[in-house]
Ligand binder design. Structure first.
Ligand SMILES: *Cc1c(COP(=O)(O)O)cnc(C)c1O
Length: 379
């Protein structure tokens, strides 16, 4: 059949969209999405109707898939997260939210009576997931720096000692880049002599930072995580949202058996899954190598310190956590956000200094922010 084509008007719409996106790019500084990538080499794969439906390790009725590449991506993430050798499972998700949903699903299947604990600074999607799956949950206070308030956790766990805790730990909070300390959390659970527990680590952005720094906070499988979710479109960067979720295989096997009665090992949350996303991640990891990933992290951290110094020169106080590229400062006036794309909350905002944010952009940002704050003071 002859392929239908666009009218000249519609073609112009696309040209305009492209120009608009091109113009916005420079000012997209408040969200953690690396824009510094080139996947042109993968364009030929848009010619195929490919689909990664099903378990990436389980074989599929649809041979038009990229499961082999997906497995290589997962193996690399397993190494980066210190997953137990030959004792992990995972899949490429549609993003961090699906990975968190998967982790909480495994936790709830293992401990149906469990209570989920998560801090005030937790990503907005988590409350929704907990509501969807009817999991009992209790919000824990956060410290001013964004980390979980461990005393509040201890006191709350003490009251519910007879119920398995399902801990939702933030490894890099969305607003402040804070890491909930897995060693401290495990210590509290042990102190209270609680036998059964589960820890899911939401490492959307920091899951690709911490493997490449000299002194990472305790966050991965070796530190006691039972499952970990990482976004693909954040630090690595991708034109479509994606992510990776990994879990201890023993947990996954236990819940996989429980759904065998439907006649299939339907292990993933989504049915049809993108076959392009694993290909993007594979391409990115292969072209960068570990060295290239580390270079992105080093550069991002250097840019974060550059931003803090640039803001300080304008008399604006800002800060970041150790190993974080989220630079936090007072919330600018609304007008400022017409030019710069930020994600403010309550009294703060942040920039996330991924490598597409060059020094000159940071300089422009700092002087604009200083001008906006000065103007706000006057009026
Ligand atoms: C971005 C983010 C998520 C959600 O990831 P998506 O890929 O947008 O679904 C979850 N948790 C944290 C801490 C995040 O920063």
């Amino acid at each position: 059949m002859k392929q239908p084509s666009l009218s000249p008007d519609d073609r112009r719409r696309l040209t305009e969209l492209r120009a608009r996106l091109d113009g916005l790019r420079r000012y997209f500084v408040g969200y953690p999405c690396n824009q510094d990538f080139d996947y042109q080499e993968l364009a030929p794969f848009f010619e195929f109707s490919i689909n990664n439906v099903g378990d990436p390790f389980g074989g599929s009725n649809i041979p038009l898939n990229t499961h082999e590449f997906e497995r290589e991506v997962l193996a690399e993430f397993a190494t980066l997260t210190s997953a137990p050798k030959d004792a992990w499972w995972g899949y490429v998700t549609a993003g961090g939210t699906e990975g968190n949903m998967y982790g909480l699903y495994v936790a709830r299947e293992l401990y149906p009576e469990g209570i989920c604990y998560f801090s005030e600074e937790t990503h907005y999607s988590v409350a929704k997931v907990l509501r969807l799956q009817h999991t009992r949950n209790i919000m824990i206070k956060s410290q001013p720096n964004g980390e979980m308030d461990y005393e509040d956790l201890r006191e709350t766990l003490r009251i519910h000692r007879d119920v398995p805790p399902l801990i939702f730990a933030n490894i890099g909070t969305t607003m402040k880049g804070a890491c909930d300390n897995l060693t401290t959390i495990r210590g509290i659970i042990d102190d209270l002599a609680i036998g059964s527990s589960y820890i899911h680590a939401d490492a959307a952005l920091s899951g690709m930072i911490l493997p490449f720094v000299a002194e990472p906070q305790p966050w991965n499988f070796a530190d006691g995580a039972d499952s970990i979710s990482i976004s693909g479109h954040k630090l690595l960067g991708s034109p479509l949202p994606c992510g990776v979720v990994l879990a201890r295989k023993a947990h996954v096997d236990r819940i996989a058996r429980s759904i065998e009665y439907i006649g299939a090992l339907d292990t993933t949350i989504a049915g049809s899954r993108s076959a392009m996303a694993p290909l993007f991640l594979w391409y990115r990891l292969r072209t960068l190598g570990r060295e290239g990933c580390k270079a992105i992290v080093d550069r991002s951290i250097a840019l974060a310190d550059y931003a803090i110094a640039a803001l300080a020169r304008h008399g604006i106080e800002s800060w970041r956590h150790k190993n974080s590229i989220t630079v936090v400062f007072p919330k600018p006036p609304a007008g400022f956000m017409r030019k710069w794309i930020l994600a403010p909350r309550k009294k703060i905002a942040h920039i996330i200094t991924l490598p597409h944010m060059r020094e000159e952009i940071i300089d422009e940002f700092a002087s604009d922010l200083a001008a906006a704050l000065a103007q706000e003071k006057q009026s």
